[in-house]
Write a protein that binds this ligand. Structure first.
Ligand SMILES: [Zn+2]
Length: 309
């Protein structure tokens, strides 16, 4: 009888803990993070309208509609599948003492920073894998087919890419021992950084050059969306830019007005309808046509060179 009561209490405690962890999504993501991200989106949209970095190929409103509609399944899954699973894994990690943070002593701030760096570094590697593994490239390709690059590109992700990331990113939530709060805060900063570095906002050159030593900036990420393969295969970082420096995958010396954005074999904007983008990963994927003539004319980007305007 005693054992049965204890089990019941334990189950209640467990349920309470799971519920309070899940409440973090509502308290931190829904009430604080989502309005913050929406406000930041509007500000970046206005800023890139006033100070444009790269020339545009498509009307802004049309782009906003296409990219927003493409994002609906992915963002619904982010809120109702990805985040609850990550929170649950953070909870399991703590309960079972699985993750790294449960195996050393340090002030909470230091532990938080270590976890943050692990999550950001593993996201750099995840982005590299998205480009190198054909199975993952099918889905990530949808993001790269955007013929322009601005804050709305930050929305353009196929839901399949998000489903794939649940397994990979979930594993590192477990292994790092991230808390539920750290998971949600990292996700908000991840989305904010994604909006910022995709934006077509021209920051003062000197400021951006300094900023790019720490975080990914619009000029830096603009090169990652180039139609020249060697340039796309660079600048994979999400929040901190030093992962690209560490792995020598950084390229900065491409002038933004010389970048042709998109994927050469998917360069017909009339073909890239919302329906087509949703089914694209399930079709035969075309090879990346080379744009060697363009590279020959202006010269290829070199590693570790100074940032070009
Ligand atoms: Zn990419």
């Amino acid at each position: 009888m005693k054992v049965k009561n204890y089990g019941k209490n334990e189950a209640c405690d467990l349920l309470f803990l799971i519920k309070s962890n899940m409440n973090i999504i509502r308290r931190v993501f829904d009430i604080k993070g989502a309005p913050l991200l929406a406000g930041m989106f509007v500000l970046l949209f206005l800023a890139e309208g006033r100070r444009q970095l790269r020339k545009r190929n498509q009307p802004r409103l049309k782009r906003a509609v296409i990219n927003s509609l493409v994002s609906i399944p992915a963002f619904s899954l982010l809120r109702f599948l990805f985040l609850p699973i990550m929170i649950r894994l953070a909870f399991e990690s703590r309960q079972k003492g699985l993750g790294l943070s449960h195996h050393y002593d340090a002030p909470p701030l230091v532990k938080g920073l270590v976890t943050f760096l692990i999550l950001d570094y593993t996201n750099y590697l995840w982005h590299v894998l998205n480009h190198k593994l054909p199975m993952l490239w099918r889905f990530h390709l949808v993001h790269h087919t955007d013929p322009d690059l601005d804050v709305t590109t930050a929305l353009r992700f196929h839901f399949g890419e998000l489903i794939g990331s649940v397994f990979y990113r979930g594993a590192f939530v477990l292994l790092s021992g991230a808390t539920a709060l750290q998971v949600v805060v990292y996700e908000i900063l991840f989305e904010a950084a994604t909006q910022f570095h995709h934006s077509n906002w021209q920051l003062p050159y000197r400021l951006e050059k300094q900023l790019s030593k720490l975080i990914v900036t619009p000029r830096m990420h603009g090169i990652h969306h180039s139609m020249i393969r060697e340039e796309t295969d660079s600048n994979y970082s999400v929040i901190f830019s030093f992962w690209d420096r560490l792995h020598r995958t950084i390229k900065l010396n491409v002038p933004q007005n010389l970048i042709v954005t998109g994927v050469p074999s998917y360069d017909n904007p009339h073909e890239l309808t919302i329906g087509y983008l949703w089914k694209l990963p399930f079709t035969k994927i075309r090879k990346w046509d080379s744009l060697s003539e363009l590279r020959d004319v202006r010269g290829a980007a070199t590693d570790n060179a100074d940032m070009a305007e």
